[in-house]
Design a protein around this ligand. Sequence first.
Ligand SMILES: Cc1cc2nc3c(=O)[nH]c(=O)nc-3n(C[C@H](O)[C@H](O)[C@H](O)COP(=O)(O)OP(=O)(O)OC[C@H]3O[C@@H](n4cnc5c(N)ncnc54)[C@H](O)[C@@H]3O)c2cc1C
Length: 470
Amino acid sequence: MDNQQHILIIGAGLCGSLLALRMAQRGFQVTLVEKRPDLRKTTQDAGRSINLALSDRGLRGLRLAGVEETAKKLCIPMNGRMIHDKAGNTFLSPYSGRKDEYINSISRPGLNMLLLDEAEKMNNVKIIFNHACENVDLENASATFKDFNTKKEMSITADAIFGTDGAGSIVRKSMFENHQFLFSFSQQWLSHGYKELEIPAAENGEFRTYKNALHIWPRGEDMLIALPNLDGSFTVTLFLPYENSEYCFANLTTPEMVHKYFKKEFPDVVEMIPNLSQEFFGNPTGPLGTVKCSPWNAFGKTLLMGDAAHAIVPFYGQGMNASFEDVVVFDEILEKYTSEENINWTNLFKEYETLRKKDTDAIADLAVDNFHEMKEHTAMEIFQKKRKLETAFESEFPEVYYSKYSLVTFKESIPYSEAMKRGRAQDKAILNFLANGKITEELSLKEKLELVKKETEAILRNDEVAFGKK
Ligand SMILES: Cc1cc2nc3c(=O)[nH]c(=O)nc-3n(C[C@H](O)[C@H](O)[C@H](O)COP(=O)(O)OP(=O)(O)OC[C@H]3O[C@@H](n4cnc5c(N)ncnc54)[C@H](O)[C@@H]3O)c2cc1C
């Protein structure tokens, strides 16, 4: 389809690049503008997570644009969480009882480059790097950019503008500062920050620990995780309170302190990170926050998408996946509008937000829940029993039972908001049964499942009475 409408996309990160590719496939004239240099030509991204967990919702977005199989070549499957205790013992907790359900570790720059390459192949896409958006004239769908090298300003006007400029979005700031409509905005920071470190490949190029897992060292208040890279290394992320804790970023101020802390809490990791203190002090500490806002559109001319609309904490590994799912949901609605001669962007944007916002709000809340689950609960016996039971349900009754994690991560046909409601009710049912001893060894697995299902339905009914149907 040839469409003479001009789309301006601000921010060529993961969401913006996929959106540009998809909109070009639909025939729009696309201009994609990025503040940084072209990451295919310069090394950058210091301090940003260099690998990410890609799962079904994200893959669905890549499939829509015809790049799923190419992206899969960059992936390392992770079948479960490998939990490391303080004594260095490990156990693998599978993500699902179904054999074909796993998540993938993928390089952030690798995936971004792939999407830029594919977008650039389209002759109706123009990509401009090194131009930072400074503000958007929302009423006139016109954005001003500053050239990083020449410092010159330029303006681009379009039929529709998409703000995919990430958590610190300038497009969103233009909405915030515009007083012609009511714009709600909230930003909540965790008391924890994150720092990335690296376990390099062994001398023979092999992985220094089990390759096909997301490794977790849960320590209650703090936590270390590690995801594998194709070159045999692992990207390690430390999540630690900024202050007011025995160990926190504020008091780990010398190499000795860092080594003492790691030796005490993560003894098996110390020997795998040869440059621990250089990395610790050389790499930046990043904040972790949730951004919610509404409306996502201004005057039917500008729409926020991806982290710009809904930045979330990374503990469900869903930020990028949700951003790719944004593109799918938007594309499905766009389909209905493309038969019209002039697309009614106002109605399209409104319909998209009505359908989508409850789901991105849900994944934002689930991601905060999972912060506590990962740093504390994965080490607790009752939660390990729950995981075991759920894995058994999923492997014996694969068509019937999906844990909360599976609903969120693998069941792309169910919106996040549904996954949250059902998943939370299931969790409550199982944890109550385990605590009050109602699930006994005498019961068969089928009987246990029936108990859980019945209790889940009762909880869902109660929630409906208390909070309405929503
Ligand atoms: C530590 C950490 C770990 C994570 N792990 C996972 C994970 O495992 N799985 C997962 O699904 N998600 C994960 N995420 C979330 C994921 O990184 C984001 O949700 C995802 O990057 C959002 O994509 P985006 O394109 O909306 O934003 P971004 O990827 O941030 O891209 C925004 C782009 O806009 C550009 N830009 C910014 N300002 C301007 C401007 N003024 N003008 C022009 N361009 C601009 C930026 O340079 C950037 O290229 C993680 C996040 C963090 C912080």
